[in-house]
Design a protein around this ligand. Sequence first.
Ligand SMILES: NC(=O)c1ccc[n+]([C@@H]2O[C@H](COP(=O)([O-])OP(=O)(O)OC[C@H]3O[C@@H](n4cnc5c(N)ncnc54)[C@H](OP(=O)(O)O)[C@@H]3O)[C@@H](O)[C@H]2O)c1
Length: 318
Amino acid sequence: MAELTQSRFGKKGWTPERIKDLSGRVYVVTGANTGAGFQATKILLRKGAEVVMLNRNESKSNQAIADLKDELGADAKVSFIQMGLGVLASVRRAAKEVINTVPRIDAMICNAAVAQVAQQVLTPDGFESQLGINHYGHFLLISLLFHQVEQAKGRIVVVGSEGYKMGLKTIQFADMNFDKNYHPNITYCHSKLAQIMTGYELQRRIKAANKEVQVYVCHPGASKTSLINKDAPLMTRIMFSLMAVSPMVQSAEKGSYPEVMCATEDGLKLQAYYGPTGRMNWVGPVGECNLEPFALDEKIAAKLWEVSESETGQKFEL
Ligand SMILES: NC(=O)c1ccc[n+]([C@@H]2O[C@H](COP(=O)([O-])OP(=O)(O)OC[C@H]3O[C@@H](n4cnc5c(N)ncnc54)[C@H](OP(=O)(O)O)[C@@H]3O)[C@@H](O)[C@H]2O)c1
C-alpha cells in the first residue's frame, strides 16, 4: 500500500511543490505558534492561503505572526484566535469567534497536542490532560465547526502519532483518566489513538449522512519540535534530545508535510493513514503508512464517540 502511494508521488514522496495556488482558501490550524503547526502555516501562507491559528498563548502567537510576516511579507494573511483546548468553555468561545469572523474553512488541521506529561494532571473540566487537550478538546472543536467546513466542502485533518500503536491499542473506558495506571507515554498514546479512531468514525458518519466533508488522518513521524518539554519526565527529555541530533529525527518542517498534504492534496484515500514512510515511519518520503486494524474497530469507536459527546456535553450533529 505504502509503495503505491509513494509511487504516485514519486521517489521523494509528497512535497509542498505539489501545492497549487491557494489564494482565496482559508485554513484553521490548532497549535500553530510553533512546531509542525507553525511550519504548516508557513507553507500554506507561501501558497497564498489565509491561515487562522487557534493557539492558547497570546504572546507566543503574536511572536509567531511577527516571524511569519518578517519572512513572508507584511501582507501574509495570518491571524490568531485564542483557544485553550484543555478548557471546554474556551473551545466554545473560540469556535463562536471563528464562526463570526472566518469567512470559510477549506481545512481545519487538528494539530495541537501535549505529550509525555510526567504526572497525571486534570484539566479544569476534570479530564486527564493529554486526553482532555488532544482528544476531547478537538472533538468539541470539530463538532462546533463541522458545518463551516461542510459549507466549503472542506476537510478535517487529524494529526495523530505513531504512538497510537505503542500504548494499550484500545480505549480504556473503565478509567479514561488513568487514575489507576497513569503512565506518561501510554496515556499519551491512548489520547492519540482516541483522536485517530474518532477520525475514522467521523468518516463513517459523514458517509452515512451523505455529507461532503473529507477527513484525513496523518502523523508527522519523529520531528524536532517543542513537544517533549519541561512537562515530560527527565529521562524522556534526555532521550529525545539525543535522538533529535541523529538522522532518526527530521525537521519540524518535514514533520508538517503530512498535515499539509492532507489539507491540500486531491484524491487521497479515506480509511488511510499518511506520514513519513522511511525507517520506522519516523522519517522519509511522505505517503501512505500501514494502519493497524484496531484503529478501525467500529464498536470501540462508536462507544468512544458516545463517551466524548457525554463528557464534552456536545451532541455532534452531522
Ligand atoms: N514532534 C514529534 O515527533 C511528533 C511525533 C508524533 C506526533 N506528533 C504530533 O504532532 C502534532 C504537532 O506537535 P509538535 O511536535 O509540533 O509539538 P509542539 O512544537 O509542542 O507544538 C504543539 C502545539 O500545540 C499547542 N498546544 C498545546 N497544548 C494546547 C492547549 N491546551 N490548547 C491549545 N494549544 C495547545 C502548543 O502551544 P504552546 O506553544 O502554547 O505550548 C503548540 O502550539 C501533535 O498533534 C503531536 O501529537 C509529534
